[in-house]
Structure formats: C-alpha cells, structure tokens
Ligand binder design. Structure first.
Ligand SMILES: [Zn+2]
Length: 548
C-alpha cells in the first residue's frame, strides 16, 4: 500500500464513505442496524491527523462498489454482491474466495481493495468487502465478530496504514487478527502516530459530532416529568481541549431550563456531554437554544447543536385502538396470501396500529416497536417494522397449529381479534417484478431476463414459511451460519414443470424467517419457466426463473 499524499476528493476536505444498501439484508435486516457503527467507526479517524480531511457518511449506495469514485464503499462479496477479481477464488472464476473451502480464505473477515493514483503516488479509491459467511454483528455476543472493530481496521487500510503487529507489542486496531468477541474500536497511539505521519498536520481541525446529534428535540407536558437526558459524543484531536457555550434568542433565558454538562473537557476521553431540560417552570410553548462546542485555539466554525423543547398545554388527545381485518394479514414474501406457519414473516396492513414509525435496530428483535405489539395466539411476535398502517414481524416458532387469532395492541387498547390459521409449513416464494422469483444464479448475481441461469446449474431461491427446522435460533435472532440448520420435512422442487434436484433447503444464514433453497435447473428447460418448492405436502406459490 503506497503512502498517500492525496486521497480521494481531498480538495474538498472530505473522504466519502458510503454503505451498500444490500449489505446483509437487502430484504430483511434493516440497514440502519449498521449505521451507528459506521458513524462511530469513521469518526474515530477524523481529526487524528490534523490534515485537511474528514470522513463523511454519504449514506446508502444502491450500486456495486465503484473503484474509481473516490468513495469508500462498505459492501459484502457474494450473495447479492458482485465480487471484484482480486476476491475471486481463481482468476476468471465466479466463485468468491470467501465461499471456498480453503480455511485461510474462510477465516478472512474483511478485505480492503486500494486503488493507487499513479499520477500522485497516493490513493485514488478504496473499498471494503466483508465476508458474508462469518457471524459479524454490530452488537457481538462472545462467538461473534465485532463489526465496528473490523471497520475501524479496514478504514485504516483505506487511509494507507498497514498491519502493525511487527512493530507494536500487544493488541492494536491495525493488528492483523481479531478474535470473536474481541472489541478493538479505539485507536491506539501507534495508529494515531501512523496517520499523522501519512497526513502531516496542516491546521487545527474543528470538533465534530454525529449528524444525528445536531438537532435534539425534547417533548414535555406542562408541570409533567422532565424528558430523559440526551448524550452527545464529541470528537476532536487528542491533546486538545473543548469548551461549550449556550446561546438563545433574546427573549428566552436558557438558565431556566437547559443543562449541558460538562462545560469543557479534554480529548481524547472527555468527549461526552449530557444535555437535559427541566420544563417545570415553563408555560406551554416552543423553546429553542443552541449549544456550541469549540476547540481551543481553533478559529473555524464551532459545532452547533440545536435544542428544541416543546411544552404541551395538556395531555395529548387519545387516539383509537388498532384496527385490522383478515384481508390485511399476509405473508411478507409476496403479500399475496395469508398462509402462515410458525416462523413465517408476516405483514399486517391496518390503521391506528403503531403510534410511531420504527424499524428494529438490533438483535434480538423486540416484541414492542413503535408503541405496538402483535399477539399471535396471545404470544408476542418479534417485530421488524411498525407504523400506524403496517407492521412486519415473525410468527412465533412455537405457535400452535390450526385456527388462531392475531391482536394488535397499542397504548390506547387492543384491536378486535382477527382469525388466522397456522399450518405446519406455508412456503411462500419471495417475488420481484412481474412474478419473478427472487433467485441468485451460481455466480451470486440476481437471475433476470438479461441474466439467465444455465440449465444444469444450481440456483438459490428464497422463501418464508418453511416450518420446523433443525437447531432453530433463539426467538428474535437470525439463523447462524454454523451449525447450518435445515428444513425438517421432506421437501422437493419443480422447475418448468419438471422435478428438480433440491440440494439444500434451510434458513438463510444471517437472516430471520427466510429460507434458501439450492435447486438444480433440469436439462431441457429454457426461457421464462415456473419454479416452486414443496415442503411436506404443501406447495409454494409459483414464481418464474429465466433459463438459457
Ligand atoms: Zn488488515
């Protein structure tokens, strides 16, 4: 890795980082599970060098990593992602090295591909690929790998740092190895000095905070309880001091209601400020103030935190209890039928259900989201997404077979119970476009008219409603990659009306409620043909696959 003197769009002082929206969950894992770790990971490098750049989160990217865009794209290799040549098992093959049986490949957690800028001798672009076969988590348990620790390490490569095992004793962020359950998110002195060496200081940088902390809103009732305090993380170069000031419009005295503690601190370490409000002496109304954070000796713009406090005159008016009907309960794979099994992903359409819009943000999934719960035969379901008009979640695995009922509950009451039926299996293929099955070709690209599968090749099809599986994960948890679990019932597949070899059918690792079937396309079929899966005696809906 060459020493950079220019990197990415440095003229603007920004190094963009973006996040491929298909990363581990184009369909089911909310992307925002990963975002806080990305924001935190990129902030750890900002301000270290004192040079004129900062990492900046450019949000989600829908395209494959572009090796010339100057953006650090965080992606995965395999599955829904194209793999660049250096990450293929063999030159010219389409099999990602991450999926090979070679142990040294399998244990690679992530790779950063750096493109040198020939003209300047610096780095033109760098992109990070995570291994989708490993249990990587933003909130790791002991047997999982910490996403943020690995990301901080890979961003170090993107900046031009190599491993430092041979020159530093003890665990460091840029050490080549990390163990499951190990957290190495904080930069060590070795990494700080390394990045200062590559990017010599050119001026004192500003303090920084996460975008999400730039506006803090508090809601309170007149004479009611104080809202919970909110904590802002402040980042700046080690060895400098920060100080905050509070400004308000002329007619408001913040001393009456706003606290921001402490008033000053030293980097690194004391970069945390707690902001709280006390509405007890305030008449109803909207109150605003600004907290500014400045680094000692820095002449640029201070960081600005907008504080908004709303004091309501009386209790907010009551709303209705949830309302839903049988027609509004569907499987999540295609929203076409209400067939459900234990473990099925469901989608409920109704009204007045959740009291806010909320996506699940971490494992295990909660059974309360957006102020709403879904009770399946009186048992709460793990929820992925909740809004007033739509709730997505998973039928509890142990739900008893036969007729049952769903009730949606919020703070204003329960819906009337709505009848459902739980079957031993209710396979429902995920559909895209015009009834096309969601399918991956052997090279892990999405099957389509323009990208058909060869007859004889093995494709992956995705479904929910698979019913009983071996070694099921704990409630609200995704399927682990090891041990690989399988559908217990005898199952089969059909393509173009012909029996097709079903090599594997089981939960898709890393996903919740979704199964993957690996099916061999029979010889002699071609064009746009039907595909369906049978579990026990129950056939799935029909989707379509393109075969060459
Ligand atoms: Zn490395």
């Amino acid at each position: 890795i060459g020493l950079p003197n220019e990197i990415g769009p440095k003229a603007e002082g920004k190094l963009g980082v973006n996040f491929d929206e298909r990363f581990d969950g184009r369909f089911l894992t909310p992307q925002n599970v990963w975002i806080p770790s990305i924001d935190s990971g990129i902030e750890r490098w900002n301000g270290i060098s004192g040079a004129d750049w900062t990492f900046e989160n450019h949000g989600l990217s829908a395209g494959f990593a572009d090796f010339e865009d100057g953006l650090v794209t965080i992606a995965s290799c395999g599955g829904l992602f194209a793999c660049p040549d250096p990450l293929l098992e063999q030159p010219g093959s389409s099999v990602p090295a991450f999926f090979s049986e070679t142990p040294e490949h399998n244990s690679v957690i992530a790779v950063t591909l750096v493109v040198d800028d020939v003209a300047t001798g610096g780095i033109a672009d760098a992109d990070i690929f995570f291994n989708p076969t490993l249990p990587i988590s933003p909130h790791p348990r002991v047997e999982q790998i910490d996403f943020e620790s690995v990301l901080v390490h890979e961003l170090g490569h993107a900046l031009g740092l190599d491993h430092n095992d041979n020159c530093v004793v003890g665990p460091t962020v840029m050490g080549a190895v990390i163990d499951a359950g190990e957290i190495k998110r904080e930069l060590f002195r070795a990494e700080r000095e390394g990045v200062r060496f590559l990017y010599p200081a050119g001026g004192a940088p500003a303090a920084r905070i996460f975008d999400r902390d730039k506006t803090l809103r508090f809601d309170a009732e007149q004479g009611g309880l104080s809202p919970f305090p909110q904590t802002v993380l402040i980042f700046g170069p080690g060895g400098t001091k920060w100080e905050r000031t509070i400004t308000t419009p002329a007619d408001v005295n913040a001393d009456d209601w706003l606290r921001a503690i402490p008033e000053k601190g030293d980097f690194p370490g004391d970069g945390e400020m707690e902001i709280s409000v006390d509405p007890s002496s305030l008449p109803p109304g909207e109150y605003r103030a600004t907290v500014e954070v400045n680094i000692e000796g820095h002449r640029g713009q201070p960081v600005s935190i907008a504080i908004q406090l709303a004091v309501l005159a009386e209790e907010s008016p009551g709303t209705d209890p949830p309302f839903l009907t049988e027609a509004g309960i569907t499987n999540s794979a295609n929203l076409r039928s209400s067939r459900l099994a234990g473990g099925s992903l469901f989608t409920i359409f109704g009204s007045s259900m959740a009291t806010s819009v909320e996506q699940a943000a971490s494992w295990p999934l909660s059974t309360t989201l957006g102020g709403a719960r879904v009770l399946v035969n009186n048992e709460p379901a793990a929820l992925l997404y909740a809004s007033p008009t739509q709730i997505n979640g998973q039928i509890p695995r142990g739900a008893s077979l036969g007729p049952g009922g769903i009730v949606v509950r919020n703070g204003f009451g329960d819906s009337a119970p709505v009848s459902i039926r739980i079957d031993a299996a209710a396979p429902e293929l995920f559909l895209v476009g015009d009834d096309d099955a969601l399918l991956l070709n052997p090279d892990a690209t999405v099957n389509s008219a323009a990208n058909p599968a060869m007859s004889g090749s093995i494709v992956s099809v995705f479904l929910t409603g698979q019913g009983a599986i071996s070694t099921p994960p704990a409630a609200g948890r995704p399927a682990p990659s090891r041990p690989r679990s399988q559908v217990i019932s005898i199952s089969a597949a059909e393509i173009g009306g012909q029996e097709a070899n079903l090599h594997f059918l089981g939960p898709a690792p890393g996903y919740l409620g979704m199964a993957q079937g690996n099916v061999q396309v029979p010889a002699g079929v071609s064009g746009r043909v039907s595909i369906r899966i049978r579990i026990g005696e129950i056939w799935s809906n029909v989707g379509f696959i393109y075969v060459n």
